[in-house]
Ligand binder design. Structure first.
Ligand code: NAD
Length: 410
């Protein structure tokens, strides 16, 4: 997302607020973040110098439950982006109806430039800076771009030094350390469930459809694998190092094995195309699963797809969104499309609190139930308000948060 990321989310909010007939006062309290913290993290680098990094945690709303949202390690992390992503979490947890509010955090850093030990020191320092505002009944971080189970494990351990054993303070932990079966694939699996639900309304299926996926990290790679398993034809993939295209379908198993060993697609063999052309490849379903603002005024008119599925957070600018609507390209919005991750995070938290692990099969069944029920709710709201899917999803979410806030009182 470019500058004004929070404003972009609020433009989507305003469209739905109009449909719901919210007053200006209601819109204001629903949009405004509850608490924002910026922390300086000084660490000793491996070469003996001192590295200074800045981290953020924004808690947007907790009317429906503890604040919940990921941590991102990326050079573009700043207060504006964190506010935007925190508010998206409020609407995401509400639209799939799980008992959380919304938050987000991160550190402005390129983690690839740090050693593993530096990354651990930075994560622990950041945890020391935010430990008083997180907790399993208060605010529960999780992985996002460039963070993973290992980072969550360090946070859990550092938090325990201040507050004792509370594994539910973070989700997305390794399965061996109070994580949940099915969590690492959950966002990608949820994306595929969303696609199946949408295609069913058009009398279509994953098998027989073509897919282009930008981003081959946690979300993009699992989505690619599951689509491939279901008979979908993944014809183009890309990460920040390389994009590949084969109209006959790429060998996804080979790409997954390559990335498991080498982390990126850089050395993976195949017909390449420039990174900025990946999104323009003709396909039935286009899945941005990397960073924000990749579909913008400059390229929206050139997309050759029938459906955009926002696996990433905020991949479409409001201007591009209007262009896509004008071209009859449907968009499954981020707050629903990528909600599978936070949904299985909720299952992980429930398992931590009960100290009772679930089977992989149970996680999958419960995830399917929640994602399919939410699709139906959004679909009904779309018909009620005669609007696009994003406005309908926001309307469902905002109405739930407004109702909870009013019942709790001010
Ligand atoms: P990740 O760090 O595992 O992977 C990110 C991928 O994006 C990598 O393959 C990277 O190379 C690629 N990428 C980065 N910059 C790029 C560029 N300029 N062009 C092309 N590719 C680029 O992150 P992730 O967890 O997979 O998250 C991806 C997106 O999904 C983010 O927007 C995140 O907020 C969203 N999301 C993640 C989760 C989750 O559970 N991990 C849940 C909901 C939403």
């Amino acid at each position: 997302m470019a500058t004004g990321a929070f404003e972009n989310v609020n433009r989507y909010f305003d469209t739905a607020a109009k449909l719901l007939g919210l007053t200006e006062a209601e819109s204001r309290y629903l949009r405004t973040p509850a608490r924002e913290l910026k922390v300086e993290c000084n660490i000793r680098m491996d070469d003996g110098t001192v590295g200074t990094f800045v981290g953020f945690r924004v808690q947007h709303d907790n009317a429906r439950g503890p604040y919940k949202g990921g941590l991102r390690y990326h050079p573009t992390v700043d207060l504006d982006h964190t506010q935007a992503l925190a508010s998206l979490m409020t609407w995401k947890t509400a639209v799939v109806d799980i008992p959380y509010g919304g938050a987000k955090g991160g550190i402005a850093v390129d983690p690839n430039a740090l050693s593993k030990l530096e990354l651990e020191r930075l994560t622990r320092k950041f945890t020391q800076g935010i430990h008083e505002m997180i907790g399993d009944t208060v605010d529960i971080p999780a992985p996002d771009v460039n963070t993973n189970g290992q980072v969550m494990a360090w946070i859990m351990d550092e938090y325990a030094k201040f507050h004792g054993f509370r594994p539910g303070v973070v989700t997305g932990k390794p399965v061996e350390l109070f994580g949940s079966e099915g969590r690492s694939e959950a966002t990608g699996r949820g994306v595929v469930i969303a696609i199946e639900e949408y295609l069913a309304t058009k009398g279509k299926k994953v098998s027989g459809s073509t897919f282009v996926i930008q981003g081959f990290g946690n979300v993009g790679s699992h989505a690619a694998r599951i689509l491939d398993e279901k008979g979908g034809k993944v014809i183009a993939i890309g990460d920040h190092t390389k994009s590949l295209h084969d109209p006959n379908g790429l060998d996804i198993s080979a790409a997954l094995a390559h990335v498991a060993e080498h982390r990126t697609l850089e050395q993976f063999d195949g017909k390449t195309l420039p990174n900025d052309e990946l999104l323009l490849v003709e396909c039935d379903v286009l899945i941005p699963a990397a960073l924000g603002d990749v579909i913008h005024e400059g390229n929206a008119k050139d997309l050759r797809t029938t459906l955009v599925v926002e696996a990433a957070n905020g991949p479409t600018t409001p201007e591009a969104d209007e262009i896509l609507h004008g071209r009859d390209i449907d968009v499954i919005p981020d707050i629903y499309a990528n909600a599978g991750g936070v949904t299985v995070s909720y299952f992980e938290w429930a398992q931590n609190i009960q100290q009772f692990p679930w089977s992989y099969e149970r996680v999958r069944t419960e995830l399917e139930n929640i994602m399919r029920k939410a699709f139906k709710t959004i679909h009904e709201a779309q018909q009620q308000h005669s609007c696009h899917m994003r406005a309908a999803a926001f309307a469902v979410a905002i109405d739930r948060v407004r109702a909870a806030s009013e019942m709790r009182g001010f």
